[in-house]
Ligand binder design. Structure first.
Ligand code: HGA
Length: 606
């Protein structure tokens, strides 16, 4: 969360900075700000509460130069006001920061006792003062930066410019993402390479603890001990094509529609459809693993919960799913043969990254299931299991989720094969089932109009419950989360069989209950749950298939018909229904679908 961009040595750097912020807005949109080194000498700054468009309106023609920094904020310390917007200024220095400075109070008090005045409530402002203080003490910019880094505790990425240093941007990362990049006579810093795609030729993925001195002619990198180091250059190849909305009204809608393609692409990376098997992945041998921890946050943790059903049923491998923010602090007990798999779209989710580090320290084999191949988690895990969803811009995850499920389903089959639980024929059956997902998803997307109609009514609901059994229980949780995130309607997911143990007390006349009820082995059990809520006046909407619908006739208020689904394909394809439902309810409510309030895409703070 929070997006940083820095540019050294490009005419009208402000235009690249603002464009970069637009592309980083998924990381936070509480406020935006920019500072540039003008040709005349002074640093000029503009900031605005709200989105990048508000910042643009606040920028004057004088705010132009070849070197500058910019920031889009997701507030952790201090309200989302203009006064708390980055860049923060102290003396000659302007700073932008992503993360949390944990010892900011002590630092702030010390600096105030020295007579320094603070203008914001943020933790970030201390960085500007510390840097300015080191410069006042006569340190050169690079040494001043290294001296400041020694004083900071917490996880962060930062960029700074100094008045009078006309072609210099300083940067550093510790526990938050930051890349440096090189173009033609211009160099950059950014939280995400997407911010500067098209401008940069090559990228340096800064490592944990690195500091960077960025000038138009190149980037000097220093490791956490302050030693000059050479980091490899990679080609900057992010395609921006996928980051356009095309004909769609919102990125979320576009991303829902991309699923047949990106799920197909992800499956193709795991599965050999011709021979009907899942390709072994170098370094992953499930026959040597006796228990698998799966760790993630939010939607990613629900993908993990669905995978728990799959791994245990298909491969007999015991699985334990944890929420990263709990796992990392609960002193988990490990056993010989444990391995851990971490799920994160960005590969930068702070809690999940720390959980990964904890497992590494404990000596477990760690697997990162990430969408971002150069992310911290991808670099730090022993093994990487990629998803190929492409850039996901909508804050509410859709295609990243179904790609995670596709990769996890493939790994569950691989585990089944490696652990001797699946014959070649059974494996081929699972592979064929998974390979049918893209076309089934394309068919499922055709329910859009029915969903649109249903959503008009649901938009007025004050509470919506989602029910499901087996893998459809975590999908019910995901459906409820999606609705909450973008429509702000209070929604909860429950295991259908658990309802009678408490949550049924919530049911009264006209409470909307969405039941995911495919006509599978547990259909009749789910049907009983439908009777129970209906008897208490609930308005039941069933997400089901033809056979399910005909059995439920007269027992439900509305239905959403999906194709007939079996095996692991079923929850993956059914995701489309809960995603579209949340999307259309939000559209009817008129909320900000792609950038819902209080959220940010990649949660790089605790
Ligand atoms: N702590 C800083 C930066 C917040 C952040 O990185 N959010 O993801 C602030 O509150 O401004």
């Amino acid at each position: 969360m929070c997006g940083i961009v820095g540019v050294a040595g490009r005419i009208n750097a402000e235009s690249v900075l603002v464009e970069g912020l637009r592309r980083l807005e998924y990381r936070g949109y509480d406020s935006a700000g920019i500072a540039v080194q003008t040709a005349e000498g002074p640093l000029l700054r503009a900031r605005a509460a709200g989105k990048v468009s508000a910042l643009e309106a606040a920028m004057t023609p004088e705010l132009t130069g070849a070197t500058g920094i910019a920031h889009t904020r997701w507030a952790t310390h201090g309200a989302p006001t203009e006064g708390n917007a980055h860049p923060h200024r102290a003396g000659r220095v302007c700073v932008v920061h992503n993360g949390i400075i944990e010892n900011f109070k002590v630092l702030r008090e010390t600096l105030q006792n020295e007579g320094r005045e603070f203008a914001s409530e943020t933790d970030s402002e201390v960085i500007a003062h510390l840097l300015d203080r080191e410069l006042d003490r006569g340190q050169a910019p690079k040494d001043a930066l290294l001296a400041v880094l020694e004083q900071l505790e917490g996880a962060f990425a930062l960029a700074a410019i100094i008045e009078g240093e006309t072609d210099l941007v300083l940067g550093a990362r510790r526990g938050a993402p930051l890349v440096a990049a090189i173009g033609d006579g211009v160099c950059f810093l950014a939280s995400d390479i997407m911010a500067i795609a098209g401008e940069a030729r090559s990228v340096i993925y800064l490592e944990e603890g690195d500091a960077a001195v960025v000038r138009p002619s190149g980037v000097d990198v220093y490791d956490s001990a302050g030693q000059a180091v050479t980091r490899p250059l990679s080609p900057a190849s992010v395609s921006m094509v996928l980051a356009e909305k095309g004909n769609h009204r919102h990125f979320m809608q576009k991303e829902i529609y991309e699923q047949p393609e990106v799920v197909g692409r992800t499956l193709a990376a795991y599965v050999d459809a011709v021979s009907g098997c899942v390709r072994p992945r170098e370094g992953i041998d499930f026959s040597q693993i006796t228990r698998l921890f799966i760790v993630g946050c939010g939607t990613a943790s629900y993908a993990g919960q669905i995978a728990e059903y799959w791994f245990e049923a298909v491969s007999g491998l015991p699985v334990k799913v944890d929420i990263a923010s709990e796992f990392r602090y609960r002193n988990p007990a490990f056993l010989e043969g444990d391995a851990a798999l971490f799920i994160s779209q960005s590969g930068e989710t702070a809690d999940t990254l720390e959980a990964l580090r904890l497992c590494k320290r404990a000596g477990l084999t760690t697997i990162a299931l990430v969408n971002s191949p150069h992310s911290s988690m991808a670099r730090e895990a022993d093994l990487v299991a990629p998803t190929l969803a492409g850039p996901e811009i909508g804050v509410a995850s859709t295609k990243a989720f179904t790609c995670q499920l596709s990769a996890l389903a493939s790994l569950a089959v691989l585990a089944g094969a490696q652990r001797g639980r699946l014959s070649a024929e059974q494996q081929a059956g699972h592979v064929a089932n998974l390979m049918s997902v893209p076309s089934l998803m394309a068919a499922a997307l055709k329910i859009e109009q029915e969903i649109d109609a249903l959503a008009t009514e649901l938009a007025h609901a004050s509470i919506v419950l989602y029910l499901g059994r087996n893998e459809f229980f975590p999908l019910a949780l995901e459906g409820a989360l999606k609705l909450k995130e973008i429509s702000y309607i209070h929604a909860e997911g429950y295991a259908a069989g658990e309802l009678k143990h408490g949550p049924i007390a919530l049911i009264e006349e006209d409470v909307a209950v969405i039941v995911i009820a495919p006509h599978d082995a547990l259909f009749n059990k789910t049907r009983s749950s439908i009777q129970e809520v209906r008897a208490r006046g609930a308005r039941v909407i069933a997400i089901t298939d033809e056979p399910g619908a005909s059995e439920l006739e007269g027992e439900i208020s509305a239905q959403l018909l999906l194709p007939r689904l079996t095996g692991m394909a079923a929850p993956i394809v059914s995701s489309v229904a809960v995603q579209l439902l949340a999307y259309y309810v939000a559209v009817h409510k008129g909320t900000d679908v792609d950038q819902p309030r209080n959220l940010a895409k990649s949660v790089t703070v605790e």
